[in-house]
Design a protein around this ligand. Sequence first.
Ligand SMILES: [Zn+2]
Length: 404
Amino acid sequence: MSTSVFYRALGIRGYKHQSIQEQDGGLVVRVRHDGGELTCPHCGGANIVRRGTVPRSWSTVPIGRKPVTVFAEVPRMECRDCQTQPVVPVPFADSRRSYTRSFERLVLELRESMTLKDVARYLCVSDWLVKDIEKRWLGKHFAKPRLKDLRHIAIDEIATKKGYKYLTIVMDLEAGAVVFVGAGKGADALKPFWRSLKAARAHVEAVAIDMSAAYYTAVCDNLPDATVVFDWFHVVKLLNDKLSELRRQLFREAIDQLHKDVLKGMRWLLLKRPENLDETRNESQRLQEALDLNESLATAYYLKEDLRLLWEEPTKQAAGLFLDDWIRQADASGIRVLQTFAKTLARHRAGLLAWYDHPISTGPREGTNNKIKTPKRQAYGFRDPEYFALKIKALHHARFELVG
Ligand SMILES: [Zn+2]
């Protein structure tokens, strides 16, 4: 193998072979400037005088399992045109970095399938360096997503640790990409987003949110022309929570152990969709027996299943009639949690039916939510919020989907 092929493999250009030696289990490759013409990196002028050299070293791609360090005396010069003394830039590395561009590319490639710690260990460098390389790459591609063409968005929050520390996330529902990550939850977390949106002159048509007041007010204030769509995913989830609440209440009031046991055993069955009940474990039968014993739970269960049809009506008008009927039934059930829920739906009627104008949902975002759990498991996410936010924004990009 000629030395030029060897140096190309190491990603080194513009410098010539001097020596290779083993040192501390790795290889040190010494190279020298190839003596070509120098021009001033500032003004491009050739009116220069050489002024000695500056010693520099870079990590580059390993040979086998041996880490490789490149060492060179980099010429320094004095430019007579612009009166500066620049160090000549090397063609194989960014002037501010301690590694070559080939090394940078290798780190990014390995990160597609290895954890940050594994890459650092494999390349014998610090976790910090690997993260730094990745963070700059992510920043270049995802720090400022294009907002101008946003039409349909969803706003939601995620808990980064159980119960506290929230992030507010805005998703472009057409591209399936997270376009904003804000610290905290509620209206304040969204303020920087509104500013960027305004600057981008975007025309958002519809926003999917849950039925909590905080986001609703923020959206109405900042996007007065957009349609608010209360997200079916969150509505169904909220009703599931009400059903669990009712089951717990009935459990506390149960007259005997049999009723308690039955209520305990049906905890998860209540929340499953009927088509997902496991027949090999007699789940439908168990659920039916439990419902037969608890009239109010049965009423609530069937109303819960029924509500899903709100998003399957042929027209908005039919959906309106369906919703009003559902609210009447829930109110007539005499079950307090259902009555409260019915009131909530009645208050949000317009935004629920707006789904028929813009059938959008954070349903797709919930898929992202699961992916967010992957980088979440890595402690780096917490220590460096900026890096964590970039990772979330890059999630739709296959390259960084799975490895934290
Ligand atoms: Zn110059």
